[in-house]
Design a protein around this ligand. Structure first.
Ligand SMILES: Nc1nc2c(ncn2[C@@H]2O[C@H](COP(=O)(O)OP(=O)(O)OP(=O)(O)O)[C@@H](O)[C@H]2O)c(=O)[nH]1
Ligand SMILES: [Mg+2]
Length: 307
């Protein structure tokens, strides 16, 4: 790295710290609305029969909320590994199998194509079979099953509800914090679904998991140092065996060698024409490209947390 680049990185870093005072691994995890959301979920859970817990198939550990057990107690639960189109197929199977071995019900889904949605509903109804049978026996056929959908921000809760309901009833968007409050969606006389705002947990002190959540877009980009995050992401991908995918995506020659991760960022910048005055690499542009292409699966089908 030459002096200009060093200065630029330092300047960017300083600016980010000054403006936001939140480097990538020290993120403000628990904005006020999430405390409220947590309370409201705690209230709503009293009315529901089944909980659908949506997690992200790329990070099946970090995307699970450890305080969810506290909130929902022993309600029947279907674990949904969503965005399975973006994660490694072999890992997808291994994760479902591992949940099964712990007697947990897990389903792979793709919220965009709708694959797996029928299985989610079937599994939820199966878990409720005893209750439904008892109702029928008492002659109370009309009562509907209430299903609550919970999960971290941007994991695909509202998308899943729209797919299952086959209509656009809830707002969705490719950024965290789209859903602001609980919303019931009637599926049929038999089932009602409750959409909830994404919730993160108050203390998340594992830096690796914190980064994983940031890589996939769980945390608002405004509170993250994107350049630092991109450097961390590239480093992790290289170290966990995805160097080939990166080189292929950015058309980097096999013979290219690097010691430091910013050298790889430089090369990506040069390949993509992310240059500023004096042929210097624009790290902001490189970061936007790499994060976006990772998040949309263009670098490859990648599972960061292996089973
Ligand atoms: N590739 C892919 N994208 C998905 C999938 N499911 C949802 N998405 C996208 O993920 C983004 C977030 O979806 P939402 O349904 O708004 O997520 P949410 O969990 O309701 O988010 P909050 O309301 O902010 O908590 C949207 O851009 C969806 O199109 C999936 O299975 N695969
Ligand atoms: Mg939502």
């Amino acid at each position: 790295m030459d002096m200009y680049q060093k200065r630029k990185m330092r300047k960017n870093k300083k600016m980010n710290e000054d403006e936001k005072n939140t480097p990538s691994t020290n993120i403000n995890w628990y904005p006020g609305h999430m405390a409220k959301a947590r309370r409201e979920i705690g209230e709503a859970v009293k009315q529901v029969d089944v909980v659908i817990e949506i997690i992200d198939a790329r990070i099946p550990v970090a995307s699970r909320n450890p305080i969810l057990n506290e909130i929902i107690g022993d309600k029947p639960r279907v674990i949904v590994l969503n965005k399975s189109d973006l994660s490694d197929d072999r890992q997808n199977k291994a994760w479902v199998e591992s949940f099964k071995q712990k007697n947990q019900v897990a389903v792979l889904t793709n919220g965009n194509s709708g694959s797996g949605m029928k299985e989610v509903v079937d599994k939820a109804l199966q878990l409720m079979k005893d209750k439904i049978d008892a109702q029928i026996e008492k002659g109370r056929i009309g009562a509907s099953i209430k299903v609550m959908v919970v999960g971290i921000p941007n994991v695909g809760k509202s998308t899943l509800i729209n797919k299952i309901a086959k209509k656009q009833t809830t707002e969705t968007g490719n950024k965290p914090g789209v859903t602001k409050k609980n919303q019931w969606v009637r599926l049929s006389d038999k089932i009602q679904l409750l959409d909830t705002p994404g919730v993160l947990w108050p203390k998340f002190d594992n830096a690796v998991y914190a980064r994983h959540l940031a890589y996939i877009g769980t945390i608002k980009d405004e509170v993250i140092d994107k350049e630092e995050l991109t450097a961390d992401l590239l480093k992790e991908l290289v170290e966990t065996g995805y160097k080939k995918e990166i080189f292929e995506r950015y058309k980097i020659d096999e013979s290219f060698e690097f010691d430091q991760i910013f050298e790889l960022m430089d090369e990506i910048g040069r390949k993509r024409g992310c240059l500023v005055r004096g042929n210097m690499v624009d790290y902001t542009k490189v970061s936007n490209i790499v994060l976006d292409e990772f998040r949309t699966g263009k670098i490859g089908k990648i599972t960061l947390e292996k089973r």
